[in-house]
Design a protein. Sequence first.
Length: 228
Amino acid sequence: MKHLSPEAIGRLVEAAKPDRDKLLFRLLYEHGMRISECLALTKGSMQRGGYLRVRARKKGRHSDEKVNPQTLELWNRVTEHLCPGTMVFPFSRQWSDVLFHRACDKAGIELQPRMGVHCLRHSLGHALLDAGASLPIIQRSLRHRSLSSTSVYTEQDARDVDNWRARVIGDAVAAPAAAPSLAAIQAEIERLSKVAAAMQAEAEAEKRRLGRVAMTVEAEGSSDELRA
């Protein structure tokens, strides 16, 4: 899945001008927001205590998430003269992509084909995974309804595939990756075991839920027969 490294994210934010663009990119990355969720923010979205209310565009649910102090300070500067119901980012998704590409060009960040501002959301997922976060934690951070949606973050990035392909065929398509250490292999095995355990737990929970539904339907059917 296409994403930027934390180092590249830092360069992107540093290169972005004005402060409103910096705030846009920080929120998209730090809260793993969909661009539609971010563009829907108003000054009133910031709750007491520095909690940002993110209203999911799917199913209408929302979550209150603690904002990084530096990002909160940036938010206050950007929204200082706005009314509570005023949009913080009064532009389209297409213009957000334009701003993103301009900042990437300024920061010297090389993007993969068809890579847009939505990659900042993916970047948080990958950063959490690389830091050792469990799949349920990533699911909660990205506000996924199903763990199966989160599992795509375990797939290898296209650039990693290019590196390994170049290593095997001896072509200089990309710099070959270093051979993994024993510790890295053990860590990867442990991570995949956690992923498998989480997915198994979700499957068992779904099985129990379906069992309860079946029992309810059966009980209702028996009640209908007695009344008849």
